[in-house]
Design a protein around this ligand. Structure first.
Ligand SMILES: C[S@@+](CC[C@H](N)C(=O)[O-])C[C@H]1O[C@@H](n2cnc3c(N)ncnc32)[C@H](O)[C@@H]1O
Length: 217
C-alpha cells in the first residue's frame, strides 16, 4: 500500500475511534496488496487503487464495528471480494465469521486471503444466501450485507439464519433512510421492524452512510 493510502487509513481509523495493533495494520496492508494482485487477473471488485481500497473497502467495512459486538457469529451475505467480512474479522478476532457469495472465484480469493492473513474461524462459502437455512438455521447473532439487495430481499434471506435476538444489518449509502420508509411494510409482513438507522459520514470522503438495524417484532 502506498504511503498516502497508509496515511489516509490512519486518519480514517482515528475518525472511527479505532486503534489497530501493528499486526492488524500489517494484515490490512497485505490484504490491499493481494486485492490489487488478484484484481489484475480476475474481476474481484470495481474498486481499484490503494486510496479507494482504504476508504471504500477498509474504512467503510469497519464502520460496522459501531453496531456489532466482539463475540458471537456473524454472517455476510454477498460479500464479493470479502467486504465487510474480512476487515471486520481482522479487527474482531473472536467473532466467528461466515462469508458467502454466489461467485466461486470471489470465494477462492477470500479463502486465500484468510489463509495468508492467518484468520481463524473465518469460513468463506460458495453458496447462495437462499441455500443456507438447512445448515445455519437460527445460528447467527448478526447477518450483514453491503451493496447486496434491497432491504426486504436481504431481510427475507437473513431472517431464518439469525437467532431470536439476532440483528440484521444492511449497510447503505445516501438514500438509506428513504429505503427504510419503503421497506417498513414488507418488513412488518415478515415479522420484522427497523430498530435503528445509524447515519454518519464515511471518514475521509464524507460520503453519506447508514447502518439499518432490523430485528424481530
Ligand atoms: C455488488 S457486490 C457487493 C460485494 C461486497 N459486499 C462489497 O460491498 O464489496 C454483490 C455480491 O453479491 C453476490 N450475490 C448476488 N446474489 C447473491 C445470492 N443470492 N447469494 C449470495 N451472493 C449473492 C454477487 O456475486 C456479488 O459478489
Amino acid at each position: 500500500m502506498n504511503e498516502r493510502a497508509k496515511e489516509l487509513f490512519s486518519r480514517g481509523l482515528t475518525q472511527l475511534g479505532l486503534q489497530l495493533t501493528s499486526a492488524e495494520l500489517g494484515k490490512f496492508y497485505l490484504l490491499a496488496a493481494e486485492l490489487a494482485k488478484w484484481s489484475r487477473k480476475i474481476n474481484l471488485t470495481a474498486i481499484r487503487g490503494d486510496e479507494d481500497i482504504v476508504v471504500k473497502h477498509f474504512l467503510d467495512s469497519l464502520t460496522l464495528l459501531r453496531v456489532i459486538g466482539s463475540k458471537g457469529a456473524l454472517l455476510d451475505i454477498g460479500s464479493g471480494g470479502g467486504f465487510p467480512a474480512l476487515p471486520v474479522k481482522i479487527v474482531r478476532h473472536d467473532l466467528h465469521v461466515v462469508s458467502v457469495d454466489a461467485v466461486e472465484k470471489k470465494i477462492i480469493f477470500q479463502r486465500h486471503a484468510a489463509r495468508l492473513l492467518g484468520l481463524h474461524h473465518f469460513d468463506a462459502l460458495h453458496v447462495r444466501g437462499e441455500e443456507l437455512a438447512g445448515t445455519y438455521a437460527g445460528h447467527f447473532d448478526w447477518a450483514v450485507s453491503r451493496a447486496f439487495s434491497d432491504i426486504p430481499t436481504f431481510a427475507r434471506m437473513a431472517l431464518p439464519l439469525v437467532k431470536g435476538t439476532g440483528k440484521i444489518v444492511a449497510m447503505k449509502g445516501r438514500g438509506g433512510k428513504d429505503e427504510v420508509h419503503a421497506a417498513e411494510r414488507p418488513l412488518a409482513d415478515l415479522g420484522l421492524r427497523v430498530d435503528e438507522v445509524v447515519e454518519f459520514p464515511l471518514p475521509i470522503s464524507g460520503d453519506a452512510r447508514a447502518l439499518v438495524i432490523i430485528e424481530r417484532l
